[in-house]
Design a protein around this ligand. Structure first.
Ligand code: ZN
Ligand code: ZN
Length: 333
């Protein structure tokens, strides 16, 4: 079978690879669609690797590993790339991200890939491959998990700092839930996309001071919630500077240390700041309900490429002139 390989310095090669063989508790999925995630870019732009970091994909089960008796060959599934031991209290609640033996599956930009059987979401017939890849990957999962942590009805104005795919998902979901959303980014393309997805205002951080602009748009008070989805020191600090007193900051973007002071940034302004990573396997039904009730999920997709053009797809994604970019694998797609 064929798979994509990060060939180094922002290049993708399609190579021949042995068919994956499922171990106990695993399945092999024949891919219909995979999605490119922003978290892949660092590795994609770095040194050559044996495979790829693809981790959002849907397809048909092609082989079952030992002990997997609740799924069937030919079944349509979306997968969570994060799985757990399957035995602990967290796993019993579908909270694989909290499992002490949390595991990651990658290499999903491939005609076939391995997945953990307990991390497969069977896809109902009314869910297309494209909707399925967004619902089971982190494109909507991270925004949904973030929303669960920020469900307070007191939150009415939300700033999303960084509108790559995760930030765009936050814009879509927060706006769908009736909140006023302000998008912040450096890319005019992505700011325009954010406005089509429901942001009522857009701030270009190249042209304006983010915190000052956010304050100006909120009567000097600041947004109730700032979501950091750029993974940059400047936007992380701008969240604290802009958010209203007694407001909330959520980190989605991975990054290193920030120069934060307990007194200045937390205590005297009564700020709550939390992290939010991936989503819980058990949150899938709620996301499915949102989609069935009109969430315009497919509008997150800006580009579609056949798998053979994966190199072109990654270059498009890497240019920041995109929303979600999908790879399609052929007839079944
Ligand atoms: Zn991801
Ligand atoms: Zn576990």
């Amino acid at each position: 079978m064929q798979k994509a390989r990060y060939a180094g310095d922002g290049n993708i090669h399609i190579i021949d690879a042995p068919d994956p063989i499922p171990g106990p508790g695993e399945v092999v999925v024949e891919t219909a669609v995979s999605a490119i995630c922003g978290s892949e870019l660092h590795a994609y732009r770095g040194a050559a690797q044996a495979g790829n970091g693809g981790h959002e994909a849907v397809g048909v089960i092609a082989a079952l590993g030992e002990g997997v008796n609740w799924l069937t060959e030919g079944q349509r599934v979306g997968v969570s790339c994060i799985t757990g031991c399957g035995k602990c209290a967290f796993c019993a609640r579908g909270q694989y991200t909290y499992c002490p033996q949390v595991r990651f599956y990658g290499d999903m930009h491939a005609r076939r890939f391995l997945a953990s059987a307990i991390a497969c979401h069977p896809l109902p017939d009314d869910v297309s491959w494209e909707a399925g890849v967004l619902l089971s990957g982190d494109g909507l999962g991270v925004p949904y998990h973030t929303y669960v942590k920020t469900a307070s009805p007191e939150i009415k104005t939300v700033a999303v700092l960084g509108v790559g795919p995760i930030g765009l998902g936050n814009v879509l979901l927060q706006a769908h839930l009736g909140r006023r959303v302000i998008a912040v980014d450096l890319s005019p393309y992505r700011l325009a996309l954010a406005q089509r997805l429901g942001a009522s205002e857009a701030i270009n951080a190249n042209e304006q001071d983010t915190a000052e602009a956010l304050r100006a748009l909120t009567g000097g008070v600041g947004p109730d919630l700032c979501i950091e989805a750029a993974g940059q020191t400047a936007s992380g600090m701008a969240c604290f500077k802009a958010v209203r007193t007694a407001g909330m900051v959520v980190f989605n973007g991975e990054q290193g240390p920030l120069p934060l002071s307990p007194s200045d940034h937390f205590i005297r302004r009564d700020i709550t700041a939390v992290g939010s990573w991936f989503y819980h396997f058990s949150e899938f039904p709620q996301m499915l309900n949102l989609y069935r009730n009109g969430l315009r999920l497919l509008d997150l997709i800006s580009h579609r490429f056949p798998f053979e053009k994966a190199d072109e797809a990654f270059k498009q994604f890497s240019s920041r002139q995109s929303g979600k970019v999908l790879l399609h694998y052929g007839e079944s797609a």
